[in-house]
Design a protein around this ligand. Structure first.
Ligand SMILES: NC(=O)c1ccc[n+]([C@@H]2O[C@H](COP(=O)([O-])OP(=O)(O)OC[C@H]3O[C@@H](n4cnc5c(N)ncnc54)[C@H](OP(=O)(O)O)[C@@H]3O)[C@@H](O)[C@H]2O)c1
Length: 251
């Protein structure tokens, strides 16, 4: 049985016409960085239609924040995009999900590979102390279509600035081939296969790596295939490995 609580939108940030972030008020909503919440639009007489989004903010922050791609013919996201500060929203009272550092074994290098809004859970994890205590190197790779999709760049460059020895942020553009300093071009699995991603980030995929994958299900599939060629396997409790993943695409 889903228990909904009514909350209010605190702020909306439109990154571009198809990508936005919602901040909502949420008292006493305890979660672990990497988990997701279910939100829904208020309804008068029908069951709410829930959608799951990872929290972008760190646990303990006064507002929950979600980054959302508008699905043009979707049932929910076009309405979420029209919300304004002060509007009501329903929030499921319990966070969910296992895409947290509790489920990632120890390693030397933590790779966080994301496409699109799959960057959400990593933003929360990066704003907590645990990741810096557990991994010698952390690499965040964000694959998007064009530069406009690179949300939260300021936050990520500021973390990179503060943790130069430990962290780097690597944007990857798939539909913009204009060479730009600091960016890679193409798709993440191909860049793993060619060695270009390792070269650009001064880190390697090996048995001491842990790799988190989040975003487009096809990217997750293709990345797993190319990582398997390097001897990296899905992590299971009964059979420890190096890959932990989350696909949370909805309609
Ligand atoms: N249903 C959902 O929950 C959900 C969530 C996010 C987005 N979307 C939909 O997707 C639309 C576009 O959003 P988006 O640009 O964030 O998502 P996207 O289409 O997944 O694109 C993000 C990045 O993933 C790449 N990609 C796609 N397939 C790949 C693969 N097999 N291997 C590696 N990389 C791959 C894309 O490369 P290419 O440019 O080469 O394709 C692009 O760089 C939105 O308008 C929305 O309709 C839906």
């Amino acid at each position: 049985m889903t228990t909904w609580m009514t909350t209010k939108v605190h702020a909306v940030r439109h990154w571009h016409a198809g990508l936005f972030s919602l901040q909502v008020a949420a008292e006493e909503f305890n979660f672990k960085a990497g988990q997701f919440a279910r939100i829904a639009l208020p309804t008068l007489d029908s069951e709410p239609v829930p959608r799951a989004y990872s929290m972008v903010n760190a646990p303990g922050d006064p507002y929950l924040e979600f980054v959302i791609a508008k699905v043009a013919d979707g049932e929910v996201t076009p309405q979420l995009q029209r919300l304004e500060a002060g509007d009501e929203l329903l929030l499921n009272s319990h966070p969910s999900g296992f895409f947290t550092l509790d489920h990632v074994p120890a390693g030397e290098t933590l790779w966080m590979l994301a496409t699109g809004t799959g960057i959400g859970p990593y933003l929360s994890i990066l704003q907590q102390a645990e990741v810096w205590q557990r991994f010698r190197q952390v690499r965040l790779v964000h694959g998007v279509r064009t530069e406009a999709d690179l949300c939260y760049r300021d936050l990520l460059y500021s973390i990179a600035d503060q943790r130069q020895q430990q962290f780097s942020y690597q944007p990857v553009l798939s539909r913009d081939n204009q060479p730009t300093k600091g960016y890679l071009h193409g798709r993440i699995p191909a860049l793993i296969g060619s060695g270009d991603l390792e070269h650009a980030t001064s880190a390697v995929f090996n048995q001491q790596s842990q790799v988190m994958l989040c975003g487009n299900p096809a990217m997750i599939h293709d990345a797993r295939t190319v990582l398997a060629e390097k001897g990296l396997q899905k992590h299971l409790r009964r059979k420890p490995g190096q890959i932990t993943m989350e696909q949370y695409w909805a309609e």
